[in-house]
Every structure is written in C-alpha cells, then in structure tokens.
Design a protein around this ligand. Structure first.
Ligand code: HEC
Ligand code: HEC
Ligand code: HEC
Length: 104
C-alpha cells in the first residue's frame, strides 16, 4: 500500500513539473565553464520547429531535467548533446562559433 501511494506521488510530481517547466517558455543557464555562461533558450529552439522528442530521446538529452547529463565540448564536437544539431548542418557549428553560445 505504501509503495502504491509513493508511486502515484512520483508520477503526479513528474506530470506537474513537465507542465510548468516546458523549456519552450524557459531558458536554462549553464555557467560552469571558464569561457562564459551558456544560455539555452527554449523559445529559440521551439521557434526553430523542434518537437520535444527531437531532443528528449535516449540519444540526445534523455532526461527532462537540467543536469541530467554532463555537457562537455568533447561530446558536442563528437556530434552528441548540443552537437547533435550544432554541427554546421542542422544549426551553426560549435567549433567555429564559441561565442554564439558562451556569452560574456
Ligand atoms: C532543442 C532541444 C530541446 C527541445 C526541442 C526540448 N527540450 Fe527540454 N530540455 C532540453 C535540454 C538541453 C534540457 C536540459 C537537459 C540536461 O541538462 O540534461 C531540457 C530540460 C527540460 C526540462 C527540465 C527543465 C529544468 O528546469 O530543469 C523539462 C521539463 C523539459 N526539458 C521539457 C521539454 C518539453 C515538454 C519539450 C517540448 C515542448 C522540450 N523540453 C523540448 C532541450 C530541449
Ligand atoms: C535538435 C537540434 C538542436 C539541439 C539539440 C540544440 N540546438 Fe541550439 N539551435 C538549433 C537551431 C536550429 C537553432 C537556430 C538556427 C541557428 O542559429 O543555426 C539553434 C540556436 C541556438 C542558439 C542561438 C544562437 C544565436 O546566435 O541566436 C543557441 C545559443 C543555442 N542554439 C544553444 C544550444 C545549446 C547550448 C544546446 C545544448 C544544450 C543546443 N543549442 C541544442 C538546434 C539545436
Ligand atoms: C552549441 C553551444 C556551444 C558552443 C557553440 C560552444 N560551447 Fe562550450 N559548452 C557548451 C555547454 C552547454 C557547456 C556546458 C557548460 C556547463 O555545464 O555549465 C560547454 C562547456 C565548455 C567548456 C567546459 C567543459 C569542457 O568540455 O571543457 C569549455 C572549456 C568550453 N565549453 C569551450 C568552448 C569553446 C572553446 C568553444 C568554441 C570552439 C565552445 N565551447 C563552443 C555549449 C557550447
């Protein structure tokens, strides 16, 4: 019985979080790098026409949670994470445009 109650609480919490925190109207700031903070704008990306599952799938950003993965340039350059699109093809290339993401 306890387990059932706990599980429904977890589910309810997830639903509520997703409903209020959709990045389409939010920005996430990544400020751990020495070259300057990076703002991920939900609006810019929603306006570019992406569906949630274009990013939230096992290959790109599995979790709808900031910090769900540790973002590194090595992965970005390898075509993972932000680099899945920021490869000079779908969107501007990461290697040649540091300060379009890292803004001081
Ligand atoms: C262009 C890529 C992209 C699209 C499209 C996208 N997201 Fe996200 N979303 C992200 C990234 C990146 C994160 C942070 C993930 C991480 O750090 O692991 C995130 C985080 C989130 C979070 C957590 C926010 C927080 O404050 O921690 C929620 C909720 C979320 N997304 C919901 C959605 C929903 C719902 C949609 C569709 C309407 C959507 N996302 C579309 C990239 C995207
Ligand atoms: C599903 C594809 C996709 C993913 C994943 C993605 N982006 Fe983008 N991003 C785009 C597109 C498309 C644009 C708009 C077109 C362009 O500027 O090349 C864009 C625009 C941007 C811009 C606006 C730049 C400007 O000068 O206006 C920033 C900043 C940005 N993305 C950062 C990120 C970061 C940080 C991540 C990872 C957390 C990320 N993006 C993941 C596709 C993506
Ligand atoms: C598409 C957006 C984007 C572009 C373009 C980009 N970065 Fe990053 N970078 C990020 C994100 C997001 C992080 C994670 C920061 C955090 O976790 O706070 C990051 C982290 C870093 C870090 C610290 C972690 C690591 O992997 O070393 C350095 C250093 C860095 N970037 C340098 C650069 C340089 C140099 C360039 C250009 C050659 C560049 N970045 C271009 C998004 C970008």
């Amino acid at each position: 019985m306890k387990k059932v109650v706990l599980l429904s609480c977890v589910i309810a919490l997830c639903v509520v979080t997703a409903a209020i925190a959709v990045p389409a109207n939010r920005s996430l700031t990544y400020d751990k790098s020495a070259v300057g903070p990076v703002e991920f704008s939900g609006k810019v990306h929603a306006d570019a026409g992406f569906a949630c599952t274009d990013c939230h799938n096992p290959d790109v950003f599995p979790q709808m949670r900031k910090g769900g993965v540790e973002i590194t340039m090595e992965k970005i350059y390898a075509g993972e994470q932000c680099g899945f699109c920021h490869n000079g093809d779908t969107a501007f290339e990461a290697k040649t445009s540091c300060n379009r993401c890292h803004v001081r």
